[in-house]
Design a protein around this ligand. Structure first.
Ligand SMILES: O=c1[nH]c(=O)c2ncn([C@@H]3O[C@H](COP(=O)(O)OP(=O)(O)OP(=O)(O)O)[C@@H](O)[C@H]3O)c2[nH]1
Ligand SMILES: [Mg+2]
Length: 191
């Protein structure tokens, strides 16, 4: 059976590694990661994904998806959110923990959100995933995760994402939930 090729446009190798784990048993489809840049407008994750994948499809005219994601802390009114990458590169996890000093229990609730934007000849589809949890009181890392993983404890767990293996994280992550919906959709489309 000839494989249908779908591009995953991202510059983030951690997202690629996790997408490969999550989509490993996708039948009849080959996912090809490409670092094709696209303008990231200021807006919600949905708007960035929709605009980005529309732009890329108009360039390459091949089935392609992007994933825009972020880390949202409730007591900080959703900060860092759509600025997650910039905030990680500036104040980092130490800076986030400083902002969280004095907050305890439920006040430390946070979530990761992922929005996958897919486009082919039939148009654009968005697939969303959220994983809820708490901001840890300290940075806890066993070298597995990236960015905010070392300060995020998912609900029902006492380890941070960065203390889990990539496989364990990818069983419950926002990326898993969004890409599962994408997988279900795309497998139905196959002839
Ligand atoms: O600890 C984390 N565990 C995760 O699972 C995760 N997923 C997203 N993020 C953060 O949110 C930004 C996304 O920004 P983003 O979607 O624009 O991605 P990016 O700019 O890194 O790559 P690209 O896909 O845009 O090329 C990233 O840089 C990270 O800071 C995560 N942090
Ligand atoms: Mg980005």
């Amino acid at each position: 059976m000839n494989m249908m090729e779908i591009y995953f446009a991202t510059g983030n190798s951690n997202k690629v590694k996790e997408a490969e784990i999550i989509l490993k048993d996708l039948k009849g489809i080959k996912i090809k990661a490409i670092n094709l840049p696209y303008p990231e407008i200021q807006g919600t994750l949905e708007e960035v994904s929709e605009f980005g994948v529309k732009y890329l499809y108009s360039k390459i005219k091949k089935p392609v998806f992007v994933e825009d994601s972020g880390f949202f802390i409730e007591v900080l009114k959703g900060f860092p959110g759509t600025y997650s990458r910039y905030v990680q590169e500036t104040i980092g996890n130490e800076g986030i923990l400083k902002l969280m000093e004095g907050f305890k229990g439920e006040e430390r609730r946070a979530y990761f959100k992922s929005v996958v934007g897919y486009c082919d000849e039939d148009g654009i589809k968005l697939f969303k995933g959220i994983v809820r949890g708490n901001v840890s009181h300290e940075i806890r890392d066993k070298g597995h995760g990236f960015a905010y993983d070392s300060i995020f404890i998912p609900e029902g767990e006492n380890r941070t994402f960065a203390e889990m293996t990539r496989e364990e994280k990818s069983r419950i992550s926002h990326r898993r939930k969004a890409l599962e919906k994408f997988k279900e959709y795309i497998e139905k489309k196959l002839p």
